[in-house]
Write a protein that binds this ligand. Structure first.
Ligand code: PGA
Length: 257
């Protein structure tokens, strides 16, 4: 059984002080939800303080990116061993990283391998552009992204990953994908690619999130789809809406830890 998981991707929002105030505010209510996993992903500068506030709670902490090297001359970058004391998760290959920072499938693949080796759970993001969607290329493009991101991994490794299907046209636009469309791409394309590369057991084990304008109003419908296990949430994760979304996910298909 796949336990629901809602992760908040704060992107470049909230100072360290604002981050601490926010998690102090939501900590008690979020921690009271036992039937779904929740993860907050603040900017690097707030990881340490947020992880301190969330110590001894069931709320996970994730980074939004990392470098694949362990250390060295990579100005502005951060490695897994630097993240490890404060995080259990790391978002990798977000479409904004791919679009604005030229991350390739190969970079994402290297990062996924290093994250797993270090014991961080990767949240691997895939998703097509509006042009690709309109041209009918979603299936082939997303399948390729999934297989490239996970190339060279064992089925066991892949079982330890989370995948977020985030159509780029739905991110931050208010234009969320329909449940039918998101469910079809997650079920047929993402799980299909996992099944081809790693076997059907893995395809049914890996938790797959939807992302793109998810909010308290639509999360229940996504969660009711049998192939959707949660959401990667941007805008709505910056507010108390996030707690409501985790509560709804737990209510729709909660599973004890
Ligand atoms: P959004 O962002 O919820 O603001 O659309 C989702 C994401 O980019 O992870």
């Amino acid at each position: 059984m796949r336990r629901p998981i809602i992760a908040g991707n704060w992107k470049m929002n909230k100072s360290a002080a604002e981050a601490v105030d926010f998690v102090r505010d939501i900590r008690r209510d979020l921690n009271a939800i036992t039937l779904a996993d929740s993860v907050v992903c603040p900017p690097f500068i707030a990881l340490q303080s947020v992880s301190e506030v969330l110590q001894a709670t069931r709320i996970g902490v994730g980074a939004q990116n990392m470098h694949f090297a362990e250390a060295g001359a990579y100005t502005g970058e951060i490695s897994t061993s630097m993240l490890k004391p404060y995080c259990q998760y790391v978002i990798l290959g977000h479409s904004e990283r791919r679009a604005y920072f030229a991350e390739t499938n190969e970079d994402v693949n290297k990062k996924v391998k290093v994250a797993l080796q270090s014991g961080l759970t990767p949240i691997v993001c895939v998703g097509e552009s509006l042009e690709q969607n309109k041209a009918g290329l979603t299936h082939s493009f997303v399948s390729e992204q999934v297989q490239a991101a996970l190339a060279g991994l064992s089925a066991d490794d892949v079982n330890g990953c989370i995948i977020a299907y985030e159509p780029i046209w739905a991110i931050g636009t208010g234009l969320s994908a329909s449940v039918e469309e998101a469910g079809r791409i997650i079920g047929l394309t993402v799980r299909g690619a996992l099944s081809t590369a790693f076997g059907e057991d893995t395809a049914q084990t890996v938790r797959v999130q939807y992302g793109g304008s998810a909010n308290p109003e639509n999360i229940g419908d996504y969660m009711r789809h049998p192939d959707i296990d949660g959401a990667l949430v941007g805008g709505a994760s910056l507010k108390r809406d996030f707690v409501e979304m985790v509560r709804i996910a737990a209510e729709v298909k909660g599973i004890p830890a």
